[in-house]
Design a protein around this ligand. Structure first.
Ligand code: PRT
Ligand code: ZN
Length: 225
């Protein structure tokens, strides 16, 4: 395959980060049109290709050096990093900076009728989550044993469906928890979107383009503050 001369940036295809990721790059002067059917969008005015993928795939693509940059939630980045470390896969990349969108927190939550004192109240119980590694790290630090119930979606309905006693899920407004008769008891991780770079050594020109994009991102975010 060889290294591409064009800068490859992975962004979320569709979801909570996709519009703002595209908007940020457009604000940096990268001109492109997205065709919903296509994985790749080529920029017209710079040697940049955008790869539009599932957010979960972005950290791995960057850590394996398949793409040069990625825009991703810190929650997904950190979860994947732990997963890869455990699997002995490349797990390094460089966080260039946090961005000004995608804010959320990964929290523990339990049913309204649950009498929660502190994290020890979860001892021996089952917790549903899409973030087993971040959950394990938190529970190990607290010395709490628990079982997990791995769900990629619909985590918030697990307690009512009898699948778990509590959940560990992303929260932004708290409306989803409330609608499902749950309350937040503990924030275990705070997250924003961020831009990451692969640790592969880049040819001078490509690195210069990365520096240019980064300095424009800094300017765009400063102007929005
Ligand atoms: O298809 P793909 O795999 O790419 O997307 P996805 O469905 O895995 O992710 P997506 O688009 O839902 O979220 C992408 C990223 O957005 C997350 O990894 C976070 O970094 C960030 N983000 C910010 C959020 C939220 N806020 C958020 N509220 N991701 C998910 N949620 C969900 C949460 O899981 C829960 O279902 O929204 C619900 C809670 O929201 P509130 O406002 O009711 O509290
Ligand atoms: Zn995802």
């Amino acid at each position: 395959m060889g290294q591409s001369k064009r800068l490859r940036i992975a962004i979320q295809k569709s979801g909570r980060l996709s519009k703002e990721s595209q908007q940020l790059l457009k604000s940096c002067g990268v001109k492109f049109n997205v065709n919903e059917q296509r994985l790749i969008a080529h920029a017209d005015n710079m040697p940049i290709d955008l790869l539009r993928v599932r957010d979960d795939d972005i950290p791995g693509l960057v850590m394996d050096g398949v793409v040069d940059l990625g825009i991703i939630g810190e929650n997904v980045l950190e979860e994947e990093q732990i997963e890869r470390q455990l699997a002995g896969k490349p797990a390094e990349c460089t966080k260039l900076r946090e961005l000004d969108f995608g804010s959320c927190r990964l929290s523990l939550a339990v049913p309204n009728e649950f009498k929660y004192k502190d994290a020890n109240s979860l001892e021996g119980l089952r917790i549903a989550t899409s973030y087993p590694n971040l959950l394990r790290r938190f529970m190990q630090e607290k010395g709490i044993t628990y079982s997990d119930c791995m769900l990629k979606g619909s985590v918030e309905v697990a307690p009512r469906a009898g699948l778990s006693d509590g959940i560990c899920d992303l929260v932004s407004t708290g409306a989803t928890l409330e609608a499902n008769g749950l309350y937040e008891t503990e924030v275990i991780y705070r997250s924003m979107a961020c831009i990451i770079q692969s640790n592969e050594t880049q040819p001078t020109e490509k690195q210069a383009l990365i520096n240019k994009i980064l300095s424009r991102i800094n300017g765009v975010i400063r102007a929005r503050e």
